[in-house]
Design a protein around this ligand. Structure first.
Ligand SMILES: *Cc1c(COP(=O)(O)O)cnc(C)c1O
Length: 465
């Protein structure tokens, strides 16, 4: 491509992004399409002759865009909503242009060193102790996988040679994210050796059940090695009692991993610190800046106070061949199953600098305030019920009565194109989840969703009369 052509298509793309951001409310949140439609609309094989950027960009708008779910839409309130602000978008463009691979320090020092700097900055924002070593992975699922393998290495160093993990047992609550079980399976622990501990009325792990399960396993000759606490569960954003769990972990010699993929962001708010009491005692911790910290997908921040165990788990370099520990030359490939490493730190650096701690904290507080307001509206309308405490920016609610009414309501909301909410199951009943996480979402957007919700319910009641 000639430089002039690159300038033209690059400028056109940035202009398009600016327009898109400005008019995001005009797009339907969910695409109105059937599975397979985009595949059918595209050629079955790639072109033989190269095509111009004008043609490709036009097809992006004509074919790809109508098949996009707009996470940027302020009415996107499903799963855990996320968003990316402009600094992150610019940084991703620059990272693509540099196209470096940070496998080792020498393969691009900026990747390794900016990752160390941004992980240090973020650690300070989160109030984690200075001894925590930080590394970036793509997702929380992969971060937790690395935690579980490091825990396994710490508890059973011989097993990396023998492959015998047969007696290792792991603990999490029944509400832990699915990636925890998947990671344990991939790490060779086996589903039979994962203990899913029950939860209390506030959906928090029952610590006495945890302690009893560990005792029982020990008595049966098993080797308890790891417990996962969740700070912000996926269904209803409950928080396990991390402090109490850390005391069991310390007494029993278990690795404590804390999954704060979503909720962990709020550790930067002094008002929220008490909820996370004990996290400073964890062996490892994960939070996703790509979830609730305005950073483009993907970027997961992983911290551990035992980087030596992580390195033993993922390095094939024998200790005697390693450089001196004095050296500042860190090779991140030794802390990761992947060799290649994208320059993800660049976008986090842009985002943290542009918004600052105050800007980030203000967004989190605003989202939590708006969620609390939505919960108040739900509480005041006797047709609805609130299904879990609102600790963060997630509200779980339903229509009183059988699930079918809430299912129909959710379908109608999502069909409107104005909002996208998701669902979950609490105590065997279907609940609607309204999760605020997009920096564009305002109290007015949330009010509009509540109005839409009530209108649908009013209309349904009328047509039933
Ligand atoms: C979202 C979430 C995950 C998964 O995050 P990915 O980055 O998509 O892997 C894991 N745990 C919790 C508690 C989550 O909320």
């Amino acid at each position: 491509m000639q430089p002039e052509n690159f300038r033209r298509s690059g400028h056109a793309a940035v202009d398009w992004i600016a327009e898109y951001q400005e008019h995001i409310r005009d797009y339907p949140v969910l695409p109105a399409m059937q599975p397979g439609e985009l595949i059918d609309a595209l050629p079955t094989s790639a072109p033989d002759a190269g095509e111009s950027m004008d043609v490709i960009l036009a097809d992006f708008q004509r074919l790809i865009l109508p098949a996009v779910t707009h996470w940027n839409h302020p009415g996107f309130l499903a799963y855990f909503a996320n968003s990316s602000t402009e600094p992150g978008i610019v940084a991703e463009l620059l990272a693509a242009a540099l196209n470096v691979n940070g496998m080792i320090w020498r393969s691009s020092p900026a990747v390794t060193e900016l990752e160390a700097v941004t992980m240090g900055w973020l650690r300070q924002w989160l109030g984690l102790p200075p001894e925590f070593f930080g590394i970036i992975y793509d997702t929380a699922s992969i971060s937790s996988f690395h935690a579980i393998v490091a825990a396994r290495e710490a508890a059973a160093p011989e097993a990396r040679r023998t492959g015998d993990y047969s007696r290792l047992t792991m603990y999490c609550s029944e509400l832990a994210h699915s990636s925890i079980e998947k990671s344990a399976v991939a790490a060779g622990i086996g589903q039979d050796n994962i203990r899913k501990i029950g939860v209390d009325g506030q959906f928090r792990m029952k610590v006495d059940e945890l302690a009893a399960a560990v005792q029982r396993d020990r008595a049966n000759g098993m080797r308890p090695f790891c417990v996962i606490a969740t700070a912000g569960t996926t269904t209803m954003a409950s928080v396990d009692p991390v402090g109490e769990i850390s005391r069991v972990a310390a007494a029993e010699g278990l690795w404590l991993h804390v999954d704060g993929a979503y909720g962990g962001a709020t550790m930067m708010l002094p008002s929220m610190r008490a909820l996370f009491e004990g996290v400073e005692k964890a062996d490892s911790f994960v939070v996703n800046p790509h979830k609730w910290m305005m950073t483009p997908v993907d970027l997961s921040a992983f911290y551990t106070r035992r980087p030596d165990a992580l390195r033993r788990a993922f390095s094939l370099t024998p200790e005697y061949l390693r450089g001196s520990d004095e050296s500042r030359e860190v090779n991140l490939m030794d802390y990761s199953v992947a060799l290649g490493r994208r320059f993800r730190a660049l976008k986090l650096w842009f985002v943290m600098r542009h918004h600052g701690r105050e800007g980030m904290a203000a967004m989190l507080e605003r989202h939590m305030r708006d969620a609390a307001q939505f919960a108040e509206w739900v509480r005041q309308d006797e047709r609805f019920e609130l299904c879990a405490p609102v600790l963060f920016s997630l509200v779980c609610f339903r229509l009183k009565g059988p699930d079918a009414a809430s299912e129909r309501l959710l379908q109608e909301i999502n069909r409107s194109g104005k909002a996208f909410l998701s669902h979950g199951v609490i105590d065997g009943r279907m609940v609607i989840r309204m999760a605020i996480g997009n920096y564009r979402t305002t109290l007015e957007d949330v009010r509009a969703v509540w109005k839409l919700t009530r209108e649908i319910v009013d209309r349904t009641a009328e047509s039933a009369d």
